[in-house]
Design a protein around this ligand. Sequence first.
Ligand SMILES: Nc1ncnc2c1ncn2[C@@H]1O[C@H](COP(=O)(O)OP(=O)(O)OP(=O)(O)O)[C@@H](O)[C@H]1O
Ligand SMILES: [Mg+2]
Length: 367
Amino acid sequence: MVGSGPELDPDDLPDGLVVADGLGRVVCFNRAAARLTGVSAEAALGSELEDVLQLEDLDGRRWWQLTDPYGGLATRTRQPERNLLLPGGREVLVSARYVRTARCGPVERLVIALRGTEARRRTERSHAELIATVAHELRSPLTSVKGFTATLLAKWERFTDGQKRLMLETVDADADRVTRLIAELLDISRIDAGRLELRKQVVDLAAAVHRHVERKVATGIPEERFDVRVNEPLTVLWADPDKVDQVLGNLLENAVRHGEGTVTIEVAPAKEVVEAPVWERSGTPPRIVEGTAVTVSDEGSGIPEESMPRVFTRFWRGSKRGGTGLGLYIVKGIVEAHGGSISVDRAPGGGARFRFILPAGVPDFML
Ligand SMILES: Nc1ncnc2c1ncn2[C@@H]1O[C@H](COP(=O)(O)OP(=O)(O)OP(=O)(O)O)[C@@H](O)[C@H]1O
Ligand SMILES: [Mg+2]
C-alpha cells in the first residue's frame, strides 16, 4: 500500500470493489459493491465470482466467458472500463485488473471496480441541455438576420431609406449578439476544461474601475449614477488585465442593466477566508486570500434570496432584461482562475451586491 497511516477500509471507497482469488472465489466485496449489485457481502464472500457478478455486455454476451480472465492471454493485465448490465438490466461501469504472481504467470487476484452510471448520465444530460440551449440562443438572432436580409433582397425597392437602415441596424445588432455568444461559449469551454490562459501583468484595479465608469458615461449613462470609492493603499495586483476588464465590464453592465439607482463601486484591500472552487473541493481546505476586493452594489430590486445560489450558473437569468445568462458564470471562472473568489448578497439599499477578491501576487522579478 502507498503511504502510511491507518489501513484503508474497502467499505470507505465510493466505488464498488470486488476481489477474487486465484480460483475465482470472491474474497472482498465492499459496501458500495453490495449497493450497486443488490447482493449482500455475506452471500458474495466465498462464492464463485461468475455467480456473484453475472455481467453481460450490451449485446447479451456473458462477460466472464468473453474475457476469460483466468484462462485468457497471459500478458493481459487489465480490462478497460466498460458499460455492462447486471441481472435485471441495471447498468454498471466495470473495470478490472489482473494481478499475476509473475509476469505472464497465472492470475493470483482479480480486482474489479464497479461504478454506478448515474453521475455519467447526469453529465450527459447537462451536456444535452447545454447544446439545446446554445442551439436555441444561436437560432433566434439568426432567424432575425435571415428574415430581414431575405425581405430586403426581395423587396428592396419598396422600402424607404429609413426602413432599410432600421432593418440593417437590427441585423447588425443580431450579428453582434451571435459573435458575442460564440466568444462567451469559447470562454466557457476553456473555463470548464481548466484551460483559461492568464497573461498576468501588474494591474491597477482602481484605474481599471475608473476607466470602465468613464466608458459607461461616454455611452450616455449619467455620471451621477456611479459612485467610485477607493480605499488606499492597495496591494500590487498581478493579474490578466483583459480578464479583469471582462469581470468589471459584466458586473457594471449588470448593475446598470438589471439594477437601478446609484451604482457604488468600492475598491479596498481585503483579507478573506476562501473556500476552494467546487472542482478542487475534495479535501482542499479553505485558504486565506489577501489582496484587493471590489464590491459593486446597486439600488434595484436585487436578486431574490432563493435565486442567489443560481446566479453564477450557466444560462441563469432572472429578468426579461437578461442577456444570455453566461456573464456571471464566466466572471466566476475568471476570478477563480486567479485564485480569488466571488459572492453575491443584498446591498444595504436593497439592490444586488457582488463582491470579488483577487489575491495580491508579486511577480518573481519584483521580489
Ligand atoms: N445587479 C443585478 N441586479 C439584479 N439582477 C441581476 C444583477 N446582476 C445580475 N442579475 C441577474 O442575474 C442574471 C444573470 O446575470 P449574467 O451576467 O450571468 O447574465 P446576463 O447579464 O443576463 O447575460 P450576459 O451577461 O451573458 O449578457 C441576470 O439575467 C439578472 O437577472
Ligand atoms: Mg451580464
